[in-house]
Ligand binder design. Structure first.
Ligand code: NAP
Length: 503
């Protein structure tokens, strides 16, 4: 049995400069979890520290508290001597902290029994931090931390690759009483999956994030529900670079929760496809979505591909079948069709795609296949011509747009996206019945506002985002996607975002 460590394994991190703020954060964090790390090194003076510890000793709030006084070397703010560090932790232990987290650099100057008796009745968590990279010799580091007297040990290291993250989680899987902390943007997926791998704790920010890649406590508890994840939980994710802005985790985790599917959806920052694909097993990945810049490159790594995705030459959805075989689909294709279905009859209609990148490519195949006559215009005319040749569409010069009429005009460029805004087309170039924007942040782009003013029907990029996401969900689970829940969560988050931008 692992050591009785804490009832709640999401550990909220409390870090503030004043005792007052620290108390406020602690109280706020205790609404989400009963396990808290108190970053005493953040308190700006001996007076603030004293005030906070007195309050803690007097009030004894219920919970399991880990005191730490991290030095600058360990990524913290404490600049005193190691004896002073231990003296502060000693006071925290007396004030009710059940654990003291001591860096190995401090711990190695004391014997294990000296440390344990100095910090009693608190138990000892000995930690190793590396903010530059994941060390090769994790097993040796583990042994060193145990020898230093750790009743539990913590390894926090910057991950430069998915393989690094897998290595850190492996330690939690194979050894007892380990807190595994994959740091950095690449480590985010590992932070979410560390409890599932067997880590005793995962950290989450109550106030500001205190370490690279640390998520908020709200995200850990409500978006990823990390305490509910078990080895049986199926893991899905989205891979891309950049990935932090993706709304896919919100979309799919909401859907899994609504349908009570035991699965989680995680963002993987993937710079090198091979690095991710070689470590699928370590995370137990059952399927994944793909975004920029890997949609085309992934194809050569697949064992099989939906014929349409193959024709399009881009895959945005992969299912991992038995023995790690990968099968690819393109749901942007489905998304483009579903966003317009019911608004017009495709056969015989004339549709303009503005832009000739990956999304335009999927839309061109989809709409041509559905019987529409597709025209493509693009900033780079040669790209429009090449895409038109590949899809049986017609390339059209930008200068012709003022004179031409279309049933639908679709923006397939990123122009209009928050925060830059702008419109890819001018009002006089919109001679059509429907304008659709693939951009969905903001919901009402300048292009759509302009179209509305002209009395043209508009279709927001949200429709395509939802439709492609619903199709992904159905491919992975074989169940109908919970459309209402998925729509609500995306509409709500975008509405909040617009409100906070004062729109
Ligand atoms: P991509 O492959 O990079 O292609 C971008 C296209 O936009 C290219 O044709 C590019 O023209 C053009 N472009 C870029 N900046 C431009 C500018 N300032 N003025 C005029 N044209 C410009 O990107 P993608 O994957 O096709 O994605 C395009 C957009 O669709 C993105 O905003 C993406 O987020 C969105 N999208 C939305 C959904 C959804 O579900 N709603 C799904 C997929 C994509 P050049 O060749 O001249 O550079």
């Amino acid at each position: 049995m692992p050591l009785e460590f804490a009832k709640k394994r999401v550990c909220g991190v409390v870090s503030a400069e004043t005792a007052r703020e620290m108390r406020g954060q602690l109280i706020e964090g205790l609404r989400e979890t009963s396990t808290m790390e108190l970053r005493l090194d953040f308190l700006e003076s001996a007076k603030e520290l004293d005030s906070f510890l007195r309050w803690l000793a007097a009030k004894r709030p219920r919970g399991t508290f880990y005191a730490t006084c991290r030095t600058a070397r360990g990524g913290g703010k404490f600049r005193g001597s190691r004896e002073e560090e231990i003296a502060i932790l000693q006071r925290a232990a007396r004030a009710g902290c059940r654990w003291c987290d001591v860096e190995i650099e401090t711990a190695k100057h004391f014997s294990a029994s000296e440390l344990r008796s100095a910090l009693a009745p608190a138990r000892l968590l000995i930690s190793h931090h590396n903010f530059r990279r994941t060390p090769r010799n994790l097993a040796a580091i583990y042994r060193e931390l145990v020898r230093a007297g750790g009743q539990a040990i913590k390894i926090a290291a910057e991950c430069r690759s998915i393989a690094d993250t897998a290595k850190i989680l492996d330690l939690a899987r194979l050894r007892r009483n380990v807190v595994a902390v994959p740091m950095g943007e690449t480590g985010v997926a590992g932070r979410i999956l560390s409890l599932r791998a067997g880590s005793l704790l995962t950290y989450a920010a109550v106030g500001k994030s205190t370490a690279p890649g640390q998520l908020s406590i709200g995200a850990m508890q409500h978006l990823y529900r990390v305490e509910e994840l078990s080895r049986k939980t199926r893991v899905y994710g989205v891979i891309g670079d950049p990935i932090g802005h993706s709304l896919s985790p919100l979309l799919h985790n909401t859907a899994f929760h609504a349908r009570k599917v035991d699965a989680v959806f995680v963002p993987f920052l993937v710079r090198d496809l091979r690095d991710f694909l070689e470590n699928l097993d370590a995370f137990g990945v059952a399927g994944f979505a793909i975004t920029i810049p890997h949609k085309e490159k992934i194809i050569r790594h697949l064992d099989g591909c939906d014929p349409l995705a193959e024709r399009i030459g881009a895959v945005n959805t992969v299912v991992v079948r038995g023995r790690g075989r990968l099968y690819g689909y393109n749901t942007d294709y489905i998304g483009a069709l579903r966003s317009l279905e019911g608004r017009l009859i495709f056969a015989g209609s004339r549709i303009l795609l503005f832009g000739a990148g990956g999304a335009a490519r999927a839309a061109a195949f989809a709409l041509a296949q559905a019987g529409a006559s597709v025209c493509i215009a693009s900033r780079t005319a040669a790209r429009a011509r090449a895409l038109a040749r590949a899809t049986g569409a017609h390339a059209i010069e930008r200068s012709a747009l003022r004179r031409e009429f279309f049933d639908v005009v679709i923006n397939c460029t990123p122009v209009g996206m928050y925060p830059r805004g702008g419109s890819p087309l001018k009002s006089e170039e919109l001679n059509c019945r429907i304008v659709m924007d693939m951009v969905y942040r903001p919901r009402q782009t300048e292009l759509l506002q302009m179209a509305r003013k002209k009395g043209i029907e508009t279709v927001s990029g949200i429709e395509m985002f939802l439709a492609q996401g619903m199709a992904q969900y159905e491919i992975w689970t074989g169940q109908r996607a919970p459309e209402a829940a998925m729509r609500r969560v995306i509409e709500d988050v975008l509405a909040r975002e617009e409100k906070s931008q004062g729109k």
